[in-house]
Design a protein around this ligand. Sequence first.
Ligand code: WT7
Length: 657
Amino acid sequence: MSGDGAHGGRITSVLSETRTFPPAHDHHARVGSMDAYRAMYDRAERDPDGYWSEAATELWWARGWDKVVEWNPDAPSWDATWFVGGKTNAAVNCVDRHLAGWRRNKAAILFEGEPGDTRILTYAELHREVCKAANALTALGVTAGDFVAIYMPMIPEAVIAMLACARLGAPHTVVFGGFASEALADRIRDSKAKVVITADGGWRRGHAIALKDNVDHAVPGSTVQHVVVVKRTAQSVAWHTGRDHWWHDVVDSASAKHTAQAFDAEHPLFSLYTSGTTGKPKGILHTTAGYLVNAMQSSRLVFDLREEDIFWCTADIGWVTGHSYVTYGPLANGATVLLYEGAPNHPEPDRFWQMIERWRVTTFYTAPTAIRAFMRWGDELPAKHDLSSLRLLGSVGEPINPEAWMWYREKIGGNRCPIVDTWWQTETGSIVISPLPGATPTKPGSATLPLPGMIVDVVKRDGSRCADNEGGFLVIKRPWPSMLRTIWGDHERFEKAYFSEIPGTYFAGDGARRDSDGYIWVMGRVDDVINVAGHRLSTMEIESALVSHPSVAEAAVVGRPDDLKGQAIVAFVTPKRGITADDALAKVLRQHVVEQIGALARPEELRFAEALPKTRSGKIMRRLLREVASGSKARGDTTTLEDQSVLETLAQSFAEE
Ligand code: WT7
C-alpha cells in the first residue's frame, strides 16, 4: 500500500528543503529545552501512572483516586477508566477553586460582541452566574445524569451554561449554531436531552441569525421539556408558554448560592457529536476527571500559559476546540480568555487584528482555513495594527500548508512568536501532538512531536511500524486520560471505529508520516470523513441528505482539494427517472443539504450523472470520483500535492478492506 518507493523518495526530497525554526528562547518557558522535553517524555513513558497522577494532583478533589487507570489491552476496546474512585466537580475546578486567592478579581472572560458591545466577567462574577444558572436548571428539573443541549452563539452565557451543567453533573451536548434544525433534532433525539439552552439568535456579519426558530422546529415530539432562551438580538420569537423561559427571568432571579456536589471521576461531562464514516454522527462521550486533567495540563504546556496572558482561541464552543481551549482548559488554569461572537470580516476584514490590538492578546489560536483567508485579504490589514502583544500562535483543525505557516509566522507573529501546530480530535479530548514553545524546533507543516504521556506512531495496516518518511496510519498506543469513553448509545461502533482497524492501537483515521527527526506530518483523513474549512463532515451524511430529496435516486459525495478550505465538497447526483437535471434542480438540492445539515455542508459543486461508477460488488468507486472532482492535479503547493498522492494510496488501502 503506502510503501512504494516512488512516494517515499519524492517526499524525502521535499522534506530536505524544509526550514527549521528554533524554539523561543524564553527563561520563563515551562519546558525550556529539548532535553527538558525529552526527560519529561521519557519519564511519562516509563511511569505513566506517576506522570498522570502528578498532573491530576493540580485539580481539586473531594475524594482522591484509588487507582490511576484501569484498562484492558486485550479487550475489543481498551475501556479505560481513570482516577478510579476519585470524586470531583469540573465547574468547581474551573471557577470556585480560583476564588480563594487573588484570582477572585481576575478577568475570566473578556467578551466582545459583533456589534462591538463588550462585557468582562471576573472569576467571582463568573461564579455567581454559574451558580444562578445551576439553580435555575435545578428548578426546571435538571438533575445529575440528565443531558442538556446547548445551541448558542459565542456569548458569555454559552460558557456559563456549560459550566452550570457541569456543576450539576448534567452532561451537556453543545450543538454548533451553524447546524440546521434537522441536525439539532438528531442530536437531541440521540442524547435524549431534557432541556435546551439557546438564544433568540446571534450576530453574524451584521445580521441577527435566528436560533430559537430552529429549536422550535427541532423540539416537538422530543424528550425536551424546557427551553431556556437568552435574549441577545431582540428579534421576535415564537413562544410556547410553559416550555419556554427567558434566561433573564429564570437565571437572574435565582439564588447565587449553590453547593456543588462531587461526582465520580468517570461521571459523563459532555457528549459532542462528530462525523464518522456513516451517515449518523457519533456522540463522543467524555467524562469528568480524565478530560479535565488533560485539558488543563495541555493548555498549560502547549500554550505555556501565564497569569497575565490574554488567551484567544477563535473556535466556536460547538466544536471540541471550544470545549477544551475556550472553556475547560484555560479556566481550569485560572486564565483570562477572550470570547468573540461574530465573523472575522465584520465590519471589515481586519476585525481580528483590531481585537488583538485592543485587548492586547498574547496567545492566538485559530485554524489554517482562517489563516489562508487572512492571506487572501492582504498583508496590509495586519500591518495596520499593533500586534506586538502576541507571544504565541497556534493552529488546529487541519494540516497547515507551509505557505500559510510562513505567512502566519511573518505577518502575524512578526517572526517573533513560535507557532504551535496542534494535532488532536474530538475523540482525543485534548492536544496529542504539538511543539512546546520553549523547547521544540518547528518545521512549517509538521505538528512535530507527541506531548509527554502520548504514545503515538505511524504504522502499516498490520500494525508494524512504518519506515521514516513512509506514509502510514496515525495511531495512539496507550490510553490517555481525556480519550473518549464511548460513542453514546453505541459501544459496538466505538470498538469498531477506533480499535478494530489496527490491532492493539487507537486508530485516529488520519494518514501521516514520521520524518528522520521523529516529527509527525499529518496528511489528512483516510476514511470518508472530509475536512471543509476545519469542519469535519462525513461524505455519507451529505449523501443521505441528498437522497432524502424526492428527486434524487442516488448520490455520491467526495472532497476535492481546495486552496482556501482545505477540501471542497463535490456531489455527484443521479436524478430519479423523469426528473430534469438542470441548474435549477442543482440549486434546490444544494439548498436541501443546507436545510438538512447546515450551511457548512453545502456542496461547492453539484454534478449530475446518469449513473455512478461502481465496482462489481456495487460499491461506489470513490477514488475515481475524487480524481474526476479534482480535475487537473496541478496545484500550487508541492508539499500538499505530494501528501495528496500518498493519502490517495492510503485511503484506497483503507477502503479495500
Ligand atoms: C481531525 C479531527 C481537534 C481540533 C479540531 C478538529 C484534523 C486536526 C490537525 C492538525 C492536521 C489536523 C485531523 C483529525 N486535524 N488538527 N494540527 N494537523 N490535521 O477536531 O473535528 O474532531 O477533527 O482534524 O484529520 O482527525 P475534529
